[in-house]
Design a protein around this ligand. Structure first.
Ligand SMILES: NC(=O)c1ccc[n+]([C@@H]2O[C@H](COP(=O)([O-])OP(=O)(O)OC[C@H]3O[C@@H](n4cnc5c(N)ncnc54)[C@H](OP(=O)(O)O)[C@@H]3O)[C@@H](O)[C@H]2O)c1
Length: 314
């Protein structure tokens, strides 16, 4: 057996089937089925149960089936192996669609018109700011952040981005590191978070950060959009900041606990838009093919693509 498929939270069968079609000469087994641990050279993981990969003596590569690898980094019994993440055009496009959709939704006050429609109210008493009057700040200028920033720019928004190390993106003002975070936040009306969850980013979206966002924007208050990871945000602070006006609205795709518990006040808050961690989607079709190609590269002695730096955690 070569490839162990270790997935929780998603349907496993489509992935196993896809790998069997792509790698017909390999043994593919799903976690939970019987197998000899010495035979495993590769693991394809999405949120495998922590500890379940311990004791795989011949493991070479762990493939994360999503762009984020926090689910791997949080397993303190993860065996030593190369870690490879997903960079996928289809996933990136879907993430950017989500970001553009929600920036436009806040710009055009769509939630308000949805409510007016429900109440059969014909009322157009609000000035609609133009996109170029609204400053969007994208946290994380990686594969997804850069793509989203470019697409927001195309829609006319005034876009800036923030990353750990300095990045140059044409037409976009860029800021880097803790030193420039304050200046980045001070010019941001809509904060879009596309950061990975690491030791350095956990809990970053908190009251002290929200308080540094621009107060003079055209939307009447700062807006938060988080499609990164739930661990980046402090939900009690989001709720308190929505109550006291530090934030005007929030779109959240990810949560501290997923699924979002039924008793979370976020569900019913009128200024919160919730989606069930589906801003992007990993498709077995395209990501399965990537994993197969990476295995081919590895066995041909070619360098693997999208290798994760375990020290940085992303
Ligand atoms: N909601 C969903 O459905 C969904 C789907 C896919 C992905 N995601 C999330 O999106 C994240 C980003 O994906 P990606 O492919 O764009 O990742 P990526 O290419 O690795 O980019 C990560 C970006 O974050 C920056 N960063 C990391 N740590 C930082 C820190 N401490 N301070 C400031 N900036 C920091 C990096 O800075 P440098 O440029 O300096 O390296 C980089 O610009 C994933 O990790 C995942 O959590 C969510």
């Amino acid at each position: 057996m070569n490839l162990l498929v270790a997935i929780t939270g998603w349907e496993v069968e489509p992935w196993v089937e896809r790998f069997r079609r792509l790698l017909p000469d390999r043994d593919i087994v799903a976690l939970g089925e019987p197998f000899d641990r010495r035979d495993v050279r590769y693991v394809a993981s999405w949120k495998h149960p922590p500890g379940s990969l311990a004791g795989l003596p011949n493991l070479d590569v762990i493939f994360s089936l999503g762009a984020g690898v926090d689910h791997l980094m949080n397993d303190d019994r993860l065996p030593e192996a190369l870690i490879v993440r997903v960079v996928d055009e289809d996933l990136t496009n879907r993430m950017s669609e989500y970001v553009v959709l929600h920036c436009l939704m806040h710009l055009r006050q769509q939630r308000r018109y949805d409510e007016q429609q429900r109440q059969k109210i014909w009322l157009d008493d609000r000035f609609q700011p133009a996109a170029h009057e609204v400053k969007v700040g994208v946290m994380g200028l990686g594969v997804i952040g850069q793509d989203a920033a470019r697409k927001l720019k195309t829609m006319g928004f005034d876009v800036a981005g923030w990353s750990r190390s300095p990045r140059v993106v044409e037409g976009i003002a860029t800021f880097a590191g803790e030193k420039e975070l304050g200046a980045f936040l001070a010019r941001t009306d809509i904060l879009v978070c596309l950061l990975p969850l690491t030791a350095a980013t956990r809990g970053l979206l908190n009251r002290s950060l929200f308080a540094k966002l621009a107060r003079d924007g055209r939307l009447g208050g700062p807006v938060l959009i988080n499609a990164g990871r739930g661990g980046l945000q402090v939900e009690a602070d989001i709720l308190a900041c929505l109550e006291d006006g530090t934030l005007k609205a929030a779109t959240l795709d990810v949560f501290e606990t997923e699924p979002l518990p039924p008793d979370s006040p976020l569900w019913t808050h009128p200024a919160v838009t919730i989606t069930p961690h589906n801003a992007g989607m990993s498709s077995p079709e395209s990501i399965g093919a990537q994993v197969a190609e990476q295995i081919r590269r590895f066995e041909a002695g070619e360098p693997l693509r999208n290798v994760v730096n375990p020290q940085l955690g992303y």
